[in-house]
Ligand binder design. Structure first.
Ligand SMILES: N[C@H](CCC[C@H](N)C(=O)O)C(=O)O
Length: 262
């Protein structure tokens, strides 16, 4: 851990209950190689507490770059985190209503519309079958299983088994459990890789579930209920089975700000 003593200003954001430590790191002073520091800041008892940590940095040709760390320090694309990054960049005065920014899976566009963030997700080339289940990569990997009633399903136990299964070794996957609740609406609960627990919602996860459900039911808009709130996913389907113009739409709110000396 080293004997560093560092004062870090941060903002805490949540997007449908998926929560993040947000840092304006345009000075590039945050030690982004110090993964134990990320873990400490995300620790819900010894640190600030969050599912992940996001750095906002300057990037040529883009309004900003978001660097996302899961609570264990691993990197990935994060849909809810990206929506929070857009809201945070507006708060910082970096953007107004529309933005083009860079994330680990490439460029993204987003629009702020009356309190909601409409986030353009990367195109998806195909859905895959995994036994009785499905697999989709929406910027991060997602296993998808339909279950009778997701509210009384053992998400952490079953999610952990799939996440650590040989089929997904060595990188693992996120695991989503889905129960349809209307012709155009699903309920989703997610076990998140890198958090190694259920989160109240997972943006890339609900996007993956919406594409599978939308494909099976000839929809272009799917409503998703998560334990942390409600999201919408819009998309167009191409004849070759790929998906584009994928939008993840939902709220992103600042909860508090502070300074931590660590
Ligand atoms: N845990 C995921 C990244 C965060 C995904 C989730 N927080 C989201 O909103 O997309 C992974 O390691 O692939």
């Amino acid at each position: 851990m080293g004997n560093r003593m560092m004062k870090i200003s941060f903002y805490k954001y949540q997007g449908t209950g998926n929560d993040f430590v947000m840092i304006d790191d345009r000075s590039e002073s945050f030690p982004d190689q110090d993964l134990s520091l990320v873990g400490q800041l995300c620790d819900r008892r010894f640190g600030i507490g969050a599912d992940g940590l996001i750095l906002i940095r300057n990037k040529a040709d883009f309004d900003f770059e978001m660097i996302y760390f899961n609570a264990d320090g691993s990197k990935s694309m994060c849909g809810n985190g990206a929506r929070c990054a857009v809201a945070f960049s507006k708060f910082l005065g970096i953007i107004e209503k529309n933005t083009s920014f860079l994330a680990i899976d490439g460029p993204h566009q987003a629009t702020l519309n009356d309190g909601l963030v409409e986030l353009g997700m990367s195109p998806v080339s195909s859905l895959a079958n995994m036994g009785q289940d499905y697999f989709v990569n929406t910027g991060s990997p997602h296993h998808i299983r339909y279950v009778e009633n997701v509210l009384d399903y053992p998400v952490v136990e079953q999610g952990g088994l799939i996440r650590y299964s040989q089929a997904y070794a060595p990188k693992g996957t996120n695991v989503n459990f889905v129960s349809p609740i209307a012709s155009d609406e699903i309920h989703v609960r997610t076990y998140e890789r890198g958090v190694e627990d259920e989160t109240l919602s997972c943006g890339t996860g609900v996007t993956a579930c919406a594409l599978v459900f939308g494909y099976q039911n000839a929809l272009n808009l799917v409503k998703i209920k998560t334990l942390g709130g409600n999201l919408k996913v819009k998309f167009t389907k191409s004849a070759d089975g790929s998906f584009k113009d994928i939008l993840l739409i939902g709220p992103a709110e600042q909860v508090f700000s502070g300074e931590i000396t660590i």
